[in-house]
Design a protein around this ligand. Sequence first.
Ligand code: SAM
Length: 217
Amino acid sequence: MRLRNIPHADDVILAHAAAIKNETEQKGNWHTLFGNNHPIHIEIGMGKGQFLLTLAKKYPTINYIGIERYSSVLLRALEKLDSEEYEGLTNSRFICMDAADISEVFEKGEVEKIYLNFSDPWPKARHARRRLTSKEFFARYDRVLAADGTVEFKTDNRPLFDFSLEQVAEAGWTLNAHTFDLHHDPVMNEGNVMTEYEQKFSSMGNPIHKLIASRSS
Ligand code: SAM
């Protein structure tokens, strides 16, 4: 998701209390920042924040952190957070960063769950390592997740999904569940919260694929 460059995005992010600027200094201290010991769930590549903010409102005893590479996109999530719909929400924070660096931001065991939704496919084989479900990224997730931590991934892109299933195995992770048609899978679809891209692609008739994987150690 690329929005046109918005000149004041960086200023808004700098001034917003929910946007964490010194994220590497919070490593190991995220529970102190939230002021509680609730589990921490993160979404990588959260886009404009629809999924994360819906979850944060629905589950007040979970702390949510949204990670997004582009400030122009993160700005939209902050605007949403400031809207009347999310007034009084205290369990969400945002970081503008490249997810490749997450082990500099979270201590091992600090994160209980990682959501990846409609991640960029990077279709060229030579860019496979950039995919958020590559084994290289699973190794990064391993460095921040709790022992029973999980990754949940949704996409409508079948080649990316097939690649991701292979990478779960190659990374030595356990595939807990998967479906090629989430919205027609009554078990996996229970409690499903739609992302912006999920709404867009499923309204075009595309089946949504989902996998849940956990660390093996
Ligand atoms: N998750 C949202 C949804 O499902 O509606 C947005 C999907 S959009 C296709 C992918 C988003 O991931 C973009 O906003 C992009 O900037 C972000 N992204 C891609 N790679 C990233 C990375 N390495 N670190 C942080 N964000 C990333």
